[in-house]
Design a protein around this ligand. Structure first.
Ligand SMILES: Cc1cc2nc3c(=O)[nH]c(=O)nc-3n(C[C@H](O)[C@H](O)[C@H](O)COP(=O)(O)OP(=O)(O)OC[C@H]3O[C@@H](n4cnc5c(N)ncnc54)[C@H](O)[C@@H]3O)c2cc1C
Length: 478
């Protein structure tokens, strides 16, 4: 009997791999070690739980431990992998019963990442939250609920850290919040906290929100947040959260603002510290180097999800862009490979969507000129604004599209969309064009749907492509 396929991490990447492997190779063993109590949960839904749009944390679970075991997967929660001996093909596991060694035939590292707080002093004070764990979301929800309205049945779900949540359920309800970081977590949480009647200040060190989405998106999202009462502080770094035990103020470059809750969303770092003594290659971000099959630099060891690099769709170079679909897809591919059919994990274009109240945005590929230039391209961009439906049809709204292309090859490099009428999902057209390596001319000739309730004759993406295509001609003749 051979050793099992061992997977470290029981969420998107790890459980996708385990499920696929169990289906493809039902006679072989697969063991998943998860250091926490939560498995198969949706981080992405946490802002909507905090806002109150999702009733229960339970709704954010895809599979229960029983479902997982039913699939023929051995699930060991509260088991942390603390080391790997790649010579002996074995991992060291810490659990309540003590430490043990687990041999593996193949190993998948799917350990995700953790929220960074390090540059900000005081981030361990009470009422300072990050949004990277279900317990954090549960504790934040409890702190926002007046003690008299708190429903203790919310903590009966066996996964929840009940002590933490109960503690926050008895604290005075905050009224003012500082969100540190204007990326997608900061933007989503600003909406959530306004939805819970807080006075929200959003601090962003750069001069625009959502930098990977480009300036037109950042500006529209900032204006929308402001219209809903959020005070957006651009070019304002937060150095410190101040207070005795609980957060009482936030100290920026220029002022000290009293607040009684803080949420830090300034990025994540891969959970790969435990690989330090191994030959498994990582890069400066902490992400694990992988090839197109998710194989690491060590035989029989794979990596997927937020802890690993993937190939970038546009540059063909390794990139670390932690997102949900790519984690699931890479895990599934590795499950298939380990079961015997070599399968590529696919590339990542950084396709993402976000919303602030009624304003939606999407982005994909390379938009920023500096990033495009350092990948060897000669970028040119165009931004247009046009209607989302035929102008006479109710509901039509301005939709702003930015496209970036390479001047030499006329290939599309990336783009973004922002608008209040079903704008975000239109990004999928651009993601598909990138996957197909299209030129802007090919994008302009796409046969997209037209009917007044859905789109004008010229879809906003087609308009943007047409205008950018014209710029190539101008440049040639001029
Ligand atoms: C608030 C928020 C909103 C998001 N919204 C979106 C979105 O809208 N769209 C999108 O594409 N992505 C979104 N994401 C990102 C998405 O959630 C992640 O890309 C995805 O969860 C990555 O899955 P993963 O399996 O790689 O890692 P994770 O989901 O982080 O799972 C890793 C697991 O490994 C466990 N683990 C870590 N170290 C060890 C160890 N040594 N031993 C055992 N177990 C270990 C962890 O406890 C964890 O359960 C969002 C993330 C957050 C935080």
């Amino acid at each position: 009997m051979s050793d099992p396929f061992v997977i470290v991490g029981g969420d998107a990447a790890g459980l996708s791999a385990a499920s696929k492997f169990a289906r493809e190779a039902p006679k072989q063993d697969v063991v998943v070690f998860e250091k926490g109590s939560w498995v198969s949960y949706a981080h992405c839904g946490m802002p909507y739980y905090v806002k109150g749009e999702v009733d229960s944390l339970e709704d954010l679970l895809t599979l229960t431990p029983a479902d997982i075991e039913e699939r023929g997967i051995e699930l060991r929660r509260h088991h942390e992998v603390t080391g790997i001996d790649t010579e002996r093909n074995s991992v060291t596991v810490e659990a309540a019963g003590g430490q043990f060694e687990q041999p593996y035939d193949s190993l998948l590292i799917a350990t995700g990442g953790h929220a960074i707080t390090a540059p900000i002093e005081g981030a361990t004070l009470e009422n300072a939250f990050t949004m990277h764990s279900m317990d954090s979301a549960a504790a934040l929800d409890a702190s926002l609920t007046p003690p008299s309205d708190w429903d203790p049945s919310k903590t009966t779900l066996e996964f929840v850290d009940a002590d933490l949540v109960d503690r926050y359920a008895t604290t005075p309800r905050p009224e003012t919040a500082a969100i540190v970081g204007g990326g997608y977590v900061g933007v989503e949480m600003a909406e959530a906290l306004v939805g819970r009647d807080l006075d929200v200040h959003l601090f962003q060190r750069p001069d625009a929100l959502l930098p990977p989405f480009g300036r037109p998106v950042g500006e529209k999202i900032a204006a929308t947040l402001e219209n809903h009462g959020v005070t957006v502080h651009l070019e304002t770094g937060v150095d410190e959260l101040r207070g005795d035990e609980r957060v009482e103020a936030v100290a920026t470059d220029s002022e000290v603002l009293p607040v009684d809750l803080a949420l830090v969303g300034i990025g994540i770092r891969p959970n790969t510290e435990f690989l330090a003594e191994t030959a498994i290659e990582t890069v400066e971000s902490g992400a694990i180097v992988t090839d197109e099959y998710g194989r690491t630099s060590v035989d029989s060891v794979y990596a997927a999800g937020d802890c690993a690099q993937m190939e970038h769709t546009v540059t063909g170079e390794p990139a670390w862009i932690p997102l949900g679909l790519t984690a699931n897809r890479a895990g599934r591919a590795i499950g298939t490979t380990v079961a015997g059919t070599l399968t590529e994990t696919g590339a990542v274009a950084g396709t993402a969507a976000v919303k602030a109240f009624d304003m939606e945005a999407g982005r994909t590929g390379l938009i920023d000129h500096e990033a495009a230039q350092s990948a060897g391209f000669d970028p040119i961009s165009e931004t247009i604004t046009t209607a989302s439906r035929s102008g006479y049809y109710p509901g039509a709204a301005d939709t702003t599209v930015t496209l970036t292309a390479d001047r030499q090859s006329e290939k599309l490099l990336g783009g973004s969309i922002v608008g209040s009428d079903r704008a975000a999902i239109r990004i999928d057209t651009l993601a598909t064009a990138l996957d197909q390596d299209m030129t802007v001319g090919e994008l302009e000739r796409l046969d997209l749907a037209y009917a007044p309730p859905f789109s004008p004759v010229w879809d906003p993406i087609l308009v943007a492509a047409k205008v950018l295509n014209g710029r190539f001609d101008e440049d040639v003749s001029g």
